[in-house]
Design a protein around this ligand. Sequence first.
Ligand code: SF4
Length: 467
Amino acid sequence: MTADTLAPVAPSTSGATAPKIGFVSLGCPKALTDSELILTQLRAEGYATSKTFAGADLVIVNTCGFIDDAVKESLDTIGEALAENGKVIVTGCLGAKGGDGGDNLVRKMHPSVLAVTGPHAANEVMDAVHRHSPKPHDPFVDLVPSQGVKLTPRHYAYLKISEGCNHRCSFCIIPSLRGDLVSRPIGDVLGEAQRLFDAGVKELLVISQDTSAYGVDVKFRTGFWDGRPVKTHMTELCEKLAEIAAKHGAWVRLHYVYPYPHVDAILPLMASGGILPYLDVPFQHSHPDMLKRMKRPANGEKNLERLQRWRAACPELVIRSTFIAGFPGETEAEFEHLLDFMREAQIDRAGCFAYSAVDGATANDLPGMLPIELREERRARFMAVAEAVSAAKLQRRVGATMQVLVDAAPALGRQGGVGRSYADAPEIDGRVQLLPPEKASKTLKVGEFARARIVGTRGHDLVGVPV
Ligand code: SF4
């Protein structure tokens, strides 16, 4: 069998030879459009194509799984490609099919294939191609690095897993601006994470409007990563991110997580070090009536009990949160409830806004708008409590030795520098101010991990000596 014939792609201007991809497209017109999409992308990225399996660096087989004959033809083609080439990526309907016992049929019949995806998975196929047959960098053509253009420093990056939001919090207009939740395919998300780590990122910050809702919109559809099925679900996402990060000795930090019961399943992963024991949970308030008026997600959950359970499962856990003081109709008793919650919940890092109306938010129509002075006064009272909690928690770290990721280290850190521990997200939390190292031979480098003995605190920051 010969692979589909395609016009050869012009050689790279830098002289580097582009890898050749063999391609077989089986099945119906829907499969054909998937093939066109993948071939277009291959061409756009400068890959060449091969007329034969033997002459290719790698073969892609787009399969059909409709009737028995089509299944047989697809499996036979994969077998031929494996025999003649050895490096085969399978995509299409047969890729999504389970065999007896629930295993993936293609993997069962041909365990040595490099990757298997279902249909409509051009991005996942391209990720597999990049992994197994990377294109040499061509400085004349490749203006953009493989991880994309990042505005953050090289050693940390944000990973957006979804866009939009299904909630309708009364103070927020994000759903009207960005629409309902749309989760990115899990294969795309994991592929981006892999590329970021490959490019030197040491800390990945998972963001969205509601990280715990990841996959709800696609009913937790099964996608593919590295040829294996993975559910579009927060728990599986975290497990896979932890695996990829471990290979690079990197951190994964979760933002915008709501206190739903299924989040409990992430805590063991935090306790074992797979994901940083840090959760950014935007509580906004504690009083159940206030949470209902705000129309907050998980407003019926018993948040104090949940926090206690999380801390029992992972004693190192650091909680960051944001709150609103002076929301319309907030009574003094409801505000006191919030202060009590803050003292009991021992939120490590808390921010607080005095309520301010946002054009278009339904909260603007709620009765009981409070005078601005009162809103500000409550914000200040809240922050006094929050800062006392945070200061006591920081103080308890004095004497400990912590791993820090170095953000700044002029003169190789000989005069000291700035880092962050697992408890500090960039931009929003405190930092670890690093003093000159104890040993003159010790140096610090931006984007690398160091260990620091904590010797004091300074405001929201810790002070440490690199050891
Ligand atoms: S504040 Fe509420 S509505 Fe707005 S993005 Fe967050 S969860 Fe969604």
